[in-house]
Design a protein around this ligand. Structure first.
Ligand code: FAD
Length: 478
């Protein structure tokens, strides 16, 4: 039997792209036969299993990645199991001397990577990691006393003062092939269909497929469309759910189909002098993504524990099953909340302003624990992100970092009159009230012809007072 030749493994995780992929570029530089693997890891301790909408996305993203790799002369190996075992198996099968990946920042993911690095060091294998998915890695931006930032504005000031982010690396047109004939066994792969990532009976993914094109090509065309249009007026457009005023890059960034470095530099190229404040506002939204990750890095339990421990004594109420279902299904009787929750169910995405209003309704008007809402979003968002989802839920609840003060309670009627004045967004998602005019549609309960649409599940005034009283109690008990 021929002895194994040197080879390398690139382990792709939240970086399903060829463009600006430092681990892949490093492998190309080594010039050795290359195995590119994606591992569906639902077994390593603490790693949060993907929700339903994200599983749908992953299936399609991997399909697109496999095609792109094939075009570049490589293949995608799919394996399922605990990351450390799978990597060790692959090294044994291929004789690889280099294992390369781009870094992740969640607690369990970092422990797993550390375990593999330690094993590799003991066995004389190079395990190297690279920066790809965050422009500002959490440990590089710290306060004067060396700790993590708790407030966004000074955090972002420190980031932007730290110098221009590195330029993105172009994708290599050719990747080393996975095996050298006769000398290295090519690693076997699972069939993607065996992973059952797509929903069946019922298949609820029709609206997702109509809305999205998962994969690197889809990500780049979203960015181009954004730069050609909405970016010019982002400061105003981003608040209007009835129009395409934002980039809709979130699921692509979540799965790493586009690099934040690429987005940053494309903005720079398209708006060289930053003639408008809109570009700065958009860039600071990318900053919120980075901020959420540095919060998760410093607080690995962000999805389960209050960031502010005083909230451990907050008296959340268990909503009734009917109330919770009304919220989940978009039947609360408040059109902006309902349009948002229906948009989420149909497309796997919700406009940011509406996310804030829908989340506020659950945690303040229904007084439900933010973890209930976080879990629902985790399951239904295509961009469900281990950092941004809990950080934003805690922001809305008041228990988070730099949070909106608890006493600021979004009024869904005022919000919809202000940000969807003509009711275009409400009409798109709530056919029962689509016939109403721009004045009536925000408060349909005042209309005679509203039978098909539910009455409000709670009164806004009483529920607001109840929330404020509960918060006062927390403050008094301090
Ligand atoms: P754009 O306005 O085009 O912004 C560009 C990018 O900046 C986004 O793609 C996203 O990566 C980032 N970004 C923008 N706003 C935020 C923010 N507030 N926090 C963190 N990053 C931000 N975003 C997620 O990516 N995943 C989540 O799971 C998630 N859950 C959320 C839950 C709640 C309750 C709320 C209020 C917000 C949540 N967000 C989440 C943040 C925000 O709503 C989405 O990032 C945004 O709506 C995505 O649309 P876009 O790509 O068009 O954003």
């Amino acid at each position: 039997m021929a002895s194994p030749v040197a080879s390398s493994i690139v382990w792709l995780r939240d970086d399903l792209r060829l463009d600006d992929n430092p681990a892949l570029s490093h492998a190309v530089g080594l010039g050795l036969p290359l195995t590119v693997v994606y591992i569906l890891d639902e077994e390593s301790p603490g790693i949060r299993p993907l929700g339903g909408a994200a599983r749908w996305w992953l299936h399609h993203s991997l399909t697109s990645l496999a095609a792109a790799l094939a075009e570049a002369g490589s293949t995608l190996t799919l394996r399922r199991g605990p990351g450390s075992r799978v990597i060790r198996d692959l090294v044994a099968e291929t004789g690889a001397q280099h294992v390369l990946w781009n870094r992740r920042y969640g607690g369990p993911e970092r422990s797993l990577d550390a375990e593999i690095k330690a094993w590799a060091a003991e066995n004389g294998i190079e395990a190297a990691s690279f920066q790809a998915n965050l422009i500002f890695e959490p440990w590089t931006i710290t306060t004067g006393s060396g700790g993590p930032y708790k407030v966004f504005t000074p955090y972002w000031r420190a980031c932007t003062a730290s110098g221009e982010p590195r330029s993105p690396l172009d994708a290599s047109a050719r990747l080393p092939s996975p095996a050298v004939a006769g000398s290295m066994k090519q690693a076997g792969s699972d069939a993607l269909a065996e992973w059952s990532l797509l929903p069946v009976s019922p298949d609820w993914s029709g609206g997702l497929a109509e809305t999205w094109l998962p994969g690197e090509a889809g990500a780049h065309s979203r960015l181009e469309d954004f730069l050609d249009g909405p970016a010019q007026d982002y400061g105003t457009g981003r608040d209007l759910p009835g129009m395409e005023g934002t980039s809709r890059l979130s699921p692509h960034l979540r799965f790493g189909e586009i690099s934040p470095f690429r987005v940053w530099h494309e903005l720079r190229r398209n708006f060289p002098r930053e003639a408008t404040p809109d570009v700065g506002i958009f860039r600071s939204e990318l900053g919120w993504r980075e901020f959420c990750w540095q919060l998760l890095y410093a607080n690995p339990q962000l999805a389960t524990r209050n960031y502010r421990p005083d909230f451990d004594r907050f008296e959340w109420q268990q909503p009734t099953a009917a109330e919770l279902e009304a919220w989940q299904q978009g039947r609360t009787g408040y059109p902006l909340v309902d349009a948002g929750m229906r948009q989420l169910w149909q497309t796997g995405w919700m406009h940011n302003r509406v996310r804030m209003a829908a989340a506020s309704f659950l945690v303040k008007n229904l007084l439900a624990d933010w973890r209930l809402g976080e879990a629902w979003f985790w399951d239904t968002l295509v961009d469900a992100d281990a950092a941004s989802n809990p950080a934003n839920w805690q922001w809305v609840a008041g228990s988070g970092a730099d949070a909106s003060p608890y006493f600021r309670i979004f009024n869904p009627v005022t919000q919809s009159k202000k940000f969807d004045a003509d009711g275009r967004y409400l009409r798109e998602f709530i056919p029962e009230i689509a016939h109403m005019d721009r004045r009536a549609i925000h408060e349909p309960w005042n209309q005679p012809d509203v039978q098909a649409y539910p009455a409000p599940v709670v009164g806004l005034h009483e529920s607001r007072e109840r929330a404020l009283a509960t918060y006062q109690k927390l403050r008094k008990d301090q």
